[in-house]
Design a protein around this ligand. Structure first.
Ligand code: HEC
Length: 111
């Protein structure tokens, strides 16, 4: 992984950071979520939830389900770091990488 820091103007840094976060989200998803939720969030047809359908405006609900668990899903609050969960949210909000990187918070259009 190449690390590029500080040489860019602020918007570029924001985009770089977002891209890095997405990368971490993909990795964390593969390591911790994919065996139940399916590769690239494509639900394998088991009882787990198809994460591509998760409403992108329900960030709080996502954090709550991931931190505390839900139904047959274990809680992740003691396992994952906060930045890993942020990264997972970033990944989920792209619908498994199909939609443009969502800018969460600072009002950028993410183009
Ligand atoms: C052991 C299998 C398993 C793993 C691993 C797993 N999940 Fe789940 N997940 C489930 C099941 C089963 C459900 C459906 C729970 C229900 O609604 O009863 C679910 C539901 C969810 C939901 C929807 C909760 C809701 O409110 O309906 C989210 C969000 C979610 N999982 C995220 C994740 C994330 C992120 C990871 C990786 C950190 C993950 N899951 C790993 C089995 C798993």
């Amino acid at each position: 992984m190449t690390v590029t820091l500080a040489l860019f103007s602020a918007p570029v840094i924001a985009e770089e950071t977002a891209a890095k976060e997405l990368e971490l989200g993909v990795k964390t998803y593969k390591d911790f979520c994919a065996h139940c939720h399916g590769p690239k969030m494509v639900n394998p047809g088991t009882s787990s939830y198809d994460l591509r359908k998760w409403p992108t405006d329900n960030k709080d609900g996502f954090y709550s389900a991931v931190l505390k668990g839900k139904g047959d899903m274990p809680a992740w609050g003691d396992i994952l770091l906060e930045n890993e969960i942020d990264a997972l949210w970033r990944y989920v909000a792209t619908r498994g990488g199909k939609e443009p990187l969502a800018e969460t918070g600072d009002g950028g259009d993410g183009s």
